[in-house]
Design a protein around this ligand. Sequence first.
Ligand code: C2O
Ligand code: CU
Length: 493
Amino acid sequence: MVLYLPTPTRRTFLTSAAAFAASTVLPASGLRNARAASVKELRLKAAPGQTHLVPEPYGETPVWAYNGAVPGPEIRVRQGDRLRIAVENALAEETTVHWHGLRVPNAMDGVPHLTQAPIAPGETFTYEFDAVDAGTFWYHPHQRSFEQVGRGLYGALVVEEADLPRVDRELVWVLDDWRLTHDAAISGDFGGFHDMSHAGRLGNTVTINGRVPDAVQVKAGERIRLRLINAANGRIFALDFGDLAPQVIALDGQPVAPHAAPGGRVVLGPAMRADLMLDVTAAPGTKVRITDRFFAQEAYGLVDLAVAETPLRDSPPDWDMTLAPNPLLEPDIARANRHEVTFTGGMMGRMVERQMGLAGSGGMGGMMGGGMMNRMHDRGIWFINGVAAEGHIIDPMLTLERDTSHVIAMTNATAFHHPIHLHGHSFRVLSRNGQPTAHREWQDTVLMAPREKAEIAFVADNPGDWMFHCHILEHQAAGMMGVIRVSGKDERI
Ligand code: C2O
Ligand code: CU
């Protein structure tokens, strides 16, 4: 596998085109922000384009992009602002935009057929919602996302805290993994059976902000807030920062008690984010390599940090790095309704199910002939509680009464990792394999290892039909998707 060395390009900050006074002050709830908002208006145009993913002597790569760039424009607002985003579809196929991790009203969630009609080629749809939570989020299509995201349609959406923690510099790194041909074109084999039934589409070229990166210049003593976003279809990253010991201050946009990454690795499944406080404790004139060790046998250098000869200061600053919590409602665990959710399927799935004492519900054996493969392909390869979804119009797997607390006990009875994402809510990760988590972190996407069990909890405070799916986009397309309905009306619209 050829892995190029990836670099952050300078991001263009999108500031408000217009700022209006808007009164969005509504009754207190976890979904509302008390302060009056300003409205940020912007346009995104999804269209074919070209970009330099890999350096010379390679040429440009034909991509699909928002506003001609990969990633698309970085959207940056303050917590409590209102966003009004007109999305124009200049692709040859339908699309939508999903605001990953933002707790938006259901009609703004960007799920084709479920929450809106897909945006037809040539049409424009305007999304409008409040940035309720501060944090690091992102946006991407939800229509044939395994190809649309895979061709470059995604961007960062940063909601700044009212009180930004003090840092010297902030970097946003949108990570992606591309399967390129020898002439740096995107390999057109999207949605292949092997990718769908194994670990998703793994590529051969990793980029940061749409470029194979050069070294990043840093200074000794500098404090950097690093916002990491994994926009890859299938690749999971486990970033080792060498001698540096970054503190994790937020996961999936939600603040967490600052802590060193467990095992010294910042692990990010597809769609997951981490905010790090990175103190450059390395000596002037040295280099620090950031290594992705998720596949131990195929560890590679993601990017180098080049420490300048002249330090910024002698030792790292002692500024407070704790972020204020977002307005999330605390689930009442003692009185929560409990639900069991089991994931099955995929290659070698039947073996895992047997080992875990489950009656076979659709996993695949180790070997099968072409006819069998085609049948699996039609029926779906991955299952949630025995059901493989086809498309986005699905009967709800759970119906939850609005404003009640829920615990979902999940079992990954498969041989693969799955980053499981719930729309419209953030949830606390209470336990893994029966052990309480150290930080009870809020996430919107929880990475489950093969055979792992995890319990998540949340208040179902956002009414509507919400997707619940694996964010390995090939798994999602091959059935690993369901709908959780939160009954009740949304008076915000
Ligand atoms: Cu980031 Cu349903 O998606
Ligand atoms: Cu999956």
